[in-house]
Write a protein that binds this ligand. Structure first.
Ligand SMILES: Nc1nc2c(c(=O)[nH]1)N=C([C@H](O)[C@H](O)COP(=O)(O)OP(=O)(O)OP(=O)(O)O)CN2
Ligand SMILES: [Zn+2]
Length: 139
């Protein structure tokens, strides 16, 4: 019989600045498409991050994975690298990648996937504002 799979969720947050800009476009086109988000002096968000990990329950611990371990991984791999940073200037992954919510979620997924055991499934939900959020992978 297949063991039931359960999802555990860990919420974290970070503050970061960014500017949405496509280097292949003129300033006018960037302004037209990205508007206020294209401010050359950057602007900031309070990002809320939800990391979802799915797996089977370990019969000895009753855990899918220890939340403490998840928290430490997210802190080390994401929060310490993104919190109070300028994503465009301080985070190498965004040197040539527009730091939209979609791309930030994708980068977070890749960083977490690289350190998470392969027996777990991973999903990232990222709130850029209270009303705007993205998920990767998509359903
Ligand atoms: N598909 C995406 N669309 C937008 C993104 C994004 O990352 N992906 N980002 C932005 C801006 O960076 C920013 O998130 C928008 O901020 P703001 O307009 O303040 O956010 P709200 O929509 O929540 O504010 P309202 O008060 O509801 O206007 C834009 N688009
Ligand atoms: Zn923004």
């Amino acid at each position: 019989m297949e063991l039931p799979r359960v999802s555990v969720f860990r919420k974290e947050h970070f503050n970061a600045a960014h500017r949405l800009y496509n280097t292949n476009w003129s300033d006018e086109k960037n302004q037209e498409v990205f508007g206020l988000c294209n401010n050359p002096n950057f602007h900031g968000h309070n990002y809320e991050l939800i990391v979802q990990i799915t797996g089977t329950i370990n019969p000895e611990t009753g855990y899918v994975i220890d939340m403490k371990e998840v928290s430490q991984l997210v802190q080390k791999e994401i929060i310490q690298k993104f919190d109070h940073k300028n994503l465009n200037l301080d985070v190498p992954e965004f040197a040539n990648l527009n730091p939209t919510a979609e791309n930030i979620a994708l980068v977070i997924y890749q960083k977490m996937r690289a350190v998470l055991a392969t027996n777990f499934d991973l999903k990232i939900r990222l709130y850029e504002t209270e009303r705007n959020f993205v998920e990767f992978p998509a359903h």
